[in-house]
Design a protein around this ligand. Structure first.
Ligand code: BG6
Length: 503
């Protein structure tokens, strides 16, 4: 079914001169314009602190987009040429009232009253901006027009602050108006998890503790902290990646089948799963976690400074750049199945994947053959990025007269069939925001359940135990390997892409 164009709307972007807007929001809007999903009744009203007018903003975006897209820069895309005519700018301080007065006036001039307010700003401004939007009557939905608020991560820094932020926001708007973003939910393969499970009998019917031994969820990155020291040192790998991105993957993998593809039905199941995550006691938390920080070293031929020597990182920093957890979802379906999660910076490979390892066959009846009783288990691998795809590892008979088995992998790569290279991942999120479909956005209860599950680790590390060192270009600290090895299992090797073929 072809997607219908979004309704007319003004997208009000707070923080329009920032990195997120130019790197992700605008390129996605160019793609949506190009595919006809937003039309000439779509407008952008940017708000930023820099002095200037509409032309200043368009010129700055133009200059940035001319460096994107290689040989075919985004700035030359006819869709950008159309879109840029509908961009306006308000220069002002969004902690002050006059900016909101001006927004109100501009929205009053727009042909439709529909507006989506996108908070691409540091998190300390989320609550105050929503308060001001409320005080200026900008979020009341009158005459059938919608008013929505899109909020970037991080949503809170722990359970208490996430709860307080939800309370503050929900004083002004209803849950139906709030779109909490997690950009992982915009990734094609993440959305494909539901299809893989619920459109395939042979997958979903085995999807439980009778057949699954354990699940690994990895988000490994090659990049180091670089210029993000100020943000990162106050955040760390756990807060940055786990209660949001990794838990979204976990919820998609482990939730019960929703009874429809309706946003609330899906969000109910995801929240129920996150609420079922075991919350460890202070004694249990150290046994179920490992954390690390990278030392100095070389990665892909480049020198990487130790995390502690990164600009804006405290000299006595205790922040982790790697984390591994062993979690349980206490439900009938998943009783006894560990979920191992890991994420880190400056690792061997960029590799985000979900690996579902099945139990061994109950009985290997290959007596008097070359087949060892230890057949490798089947694995289903959902490759989220790069090289989005799906693989199934099974055993086959190797050709010949004797009976011998051979593990093989059946692989599907999205890139072999579809052209998804240009997409940023924000297209679906923005389109759904305009349509009013909250499936890909997080609900208050889901966010709080995620923070509740990681709170014991935050409490443990707040006591000041230093993270274990790991080398750049490795798969994390030794303690992460020990965490899984204690259960007689091992992490799947990170997928290192083959070196480029010589010309
Ligand atoms: C962001 C984190 O939310 O996600 C970054 O703040 C991280 O630290 C990024 O690098 C990873 O996203 P992606 O889409 O590049 O895997």
């Amino acid at each position: 079914m072809k997607a219908a164009p979004a309704p007319p709307v003004t997208l009000v972007i707070f923080g329009v001169t920032g990195d997120l807007t130019r790197r992700l929001l605008i390129p996605s809007l160019v793609n949506l314009t190009s595919s006809g999903l937003v039309g000439d009744d779509f407008n952008i009203l940017g708000v930023g602190i820099e002095p200037g007018d509409d032309a200043m903003l368009v010129d700055r975006l133009d200059a940035f987009l001319s460096g994107l897209g290689g040989q075919n820069p985004v700035s030359a895309d006819p869709a950008w040429q159309r879109l840029k005519k509908r961009i306006a700018y308000i220069s002002g301080d969004f902690t002050k009232d006059d900016v909101f007065g001006e927004i109100s006036q501009r929205l009053g001039q727009a042909s439709s009253g529909n507006a989506a307010f996108y908070l691409a700003v540091p998190p300390q401004f989320f609550g105050p901006i929503v308060d001001k939007l409320g005080q200026h009557g900008l979020v009341s939905e009158e005459d059938g027009a919608f008013r929505r608020i899109a909020i970037e991560k991080p949503f809170g820094t722990n359970l208490a602050s996430a709860r307080a932020l939800n309370t503050q926001i929900l004083r002004t708007v209803s849950e139906k108006q709030v779109y909490r973003l997690d950009h992982f939910l915009g990734k094609e393969t993440v959305q494909n998890i539901m299809t893989a499970r619920f459109a395939n009998m042979m997958i979903e019917s085995l999807w439980n503790n009778n057949y699954i031994d354990h699940v690994q969820i990895t988000a490994a990155e090659i990049v180091d902290v670089g210029s993000r020291g100020k943000f990162y040192d106050a955040t760390g790998a756990l807060r940055d990646m786990v209660p949001n991105h990794l838990f979204q993957l976990l919820a998609m993998v482990a939730m019960e089948p929703p009874n429809s593809f309706d946003a609330e039905a899906i969000r109910n199941e995801k929240s129920k799963l996150l609420q079922a995550l075991r919350v460890y006691t202070a004694e249990e938390a150290p046994l179920h976690s490992a954390r690390g920080v990278y030392s100095a070293g070389t990665l892909n031929g480049k020198q990487v400074p130790a995390y502690k020597d990164t600009p804006d990182v405290a000299a006595n920093s205790m922040t982790e750049t790697f984390v591994a957890l062993k979690l349980y979802a206490d439900t009938w379906r998943w009783a006894g199945v560990p979920f191992y999660l890991r994420t880190g910076k400056a690792m061997t490979a960029r590799d985000t994947e979900i690996v579902v390892t099945f139990k061994q066959v109950p009985f290997a009846q290959f007596r008097k053959t070359d087949v060892t009783p230890d057949l490798p288990p089947n694995r289903l691998i959902i490759q989220v990025q790069p090289d989005e795809g799906l693989s199934m590892e099974i055993s086959i008979k190797s050709p010949g007269q004797s009976i011998d088995t051979l593990p093989i992998s059946m692989d599907f790569h999205y890139a072999d069939r579809f052209d998804i290279g240009k997409m940023t991942g924000y297209e679906s999120l923005l389109y759904e925001l305009f349509l009013g479909d909250q499936t890909l956005f997080q609900r208050a209860d889901g966010i709080e359940a995620g923070w509740a599950a990681v709170q014991p680790f935050l409490d443990l590390w707040a006591k000041g135990s230093p993270p274990d060192l790991y080398k750049p270009g490795s798969a994390g600290p030794q303690s992460a390997h020990e965490l899984i090895a204690r259960d007689g299992r091992e992490w799947r090797d990170l997928r290192v892409p083959p070196p480029p073929a010589k010309a």
